[in-house]
Design a protein around this ligand. Structure first.
Ligand code: SF4
Ligand code: SF4
Length: 302
């Protein structure tokens, strides 16, 4: 099933210091509404069955969001909206906006929550949204972004105390978080496979990875192309047939790192996206991996 993260706009009302989606320079790109609708129609033809509205804060353009969600329902596309919940200061307001989204056919809401988000948005807003979702029968979950430090215990406890459905997500050290100090880690030897759903940015660039990969600007390894020059179908096919992308999906980053000469002792000290950056954002290593991706790497299986 084809799914995509849809960046209608990179504008956000707050400035989280860990934001993977933004660098130091404010980035306020936005698609034209008509263009976004045309692209969604083309996505439906290309067999896209799920769209996650993300990037900046989608509720800033709430009326546009309603139209886009309604169009997705008409085209039988599952929709998720990722939000920081800034708009839910009052329970009544939250309920009203959720009611409108429900009428337009929203499938699921993902609430971003962390000690960085909550410097700007009161935790009570999250409760207002969850209560509204329960009343309006909207599926939701909380994405609890954490660096696993003790500082985050109180934030996790808040979610538990309020019986919210949540999933911890590790901070990705890219974008603004790239400058964060980080603890050394020593992981289990994980495969580190990625599903790799593509990401469409407001400037119509499409990337094979919707997380840190769009920031690998030395090689632009994950950049598939721009919709001004390619069709959605062409860019999906590129994502699905690239042998190295498929190795990331099937064998995982750790096996590729081991194949390319990184020692096992070193691999377990890397976070997944950082190991990915070491492999694929280095022009020399990338050339070698691209040569191997066609044959040698693909036979490097148990
Ligand atoms: S992490 Fe999300 S809410 Fe925070 S600045 Fe980035 S886009 Fe906005
Ligand atoms: S490991 Fe690579 S492909 Fe997977 S999410 Fe991170 S940057 Fe993207």
């Amino acid at each position: 099933m084809r799914k995509i993260a849809f960046g209608y706009s990179t504008r956000c009302n707050i400035r989280c210091s860990h934001c993977v989606a933004a660098g130091d320079i404010p980035d306020n790109k936005k698609m034209e509404l008509g263009k976004a609708k045309q692209i969604i129609r083309e996505m439906a033809v290309a067999g896209v069955a799920g769209i996650s509205f993300t990037a900046g804060e989608p509720f800033i353009f709430f009326d546009d969001l309603l139209e886009l969600v309604a169009l997705c329902r008409e085209l039988n596309i599952y929709t998720r909206v990722v939000t920081n919940s800034y708009w839910a200061k009052k329970p009544e307001k939250a309920e009203q906006q959720l009611g409108l989204l429900k009428e337009c056919g929203l499938s699921q809401l993902r609430l971003s929550y962390s000690r960085w988000h909550q410097q700007h948005v009161p935790s009570g807003n999250i409760l207002n949204v969850v209560r509204g979702c329960r009343k309006k029968d909207i599926d939701y979950f909380v994405s609890f972004v954490t660096d696993f430090s003790e500082e985050d215990d109180a934030y996790e406890q808040f979610l538990r105390d309020n019986k919210l459905k949540f999933f911890p997500e590790p901070v990705i050290y890219a974008g603004r978080a790239d400058s964060f100090d980080r603890e050394s880690i020593f992981t289990d030897y994980q495969e580190n496979c990625c599903a790799m759903n593509p990401y469409l940015a407001p400037d119509l660039n499409m990337y094979a990875c919707c997380d840190a990969g769009s920031h690998f600007t030395t090689t632009n390894f994950f950049l598939l192309g721009n919709l001004k020059n390619h069709t959605i179908e062409q860019l999906f096919i590129k994502s699905e047939t690239n042998s190295l992308y498929n190795c990331i999906r099937s064998m995982g980053i750790s096996t590729i790192a081991s194949f390319s000469g990184v020692s096992a002792r070193e691999i377990v000290t890397y976070r997944k996206c950082e190991l990915c950056k070491r492999l694929f954002d280095s022009p020399e290593l990338l050339v070698k991996l691209q040569e191997a991706g066609g044959s040698d790497l693909q036979t490097w299986v148990r």
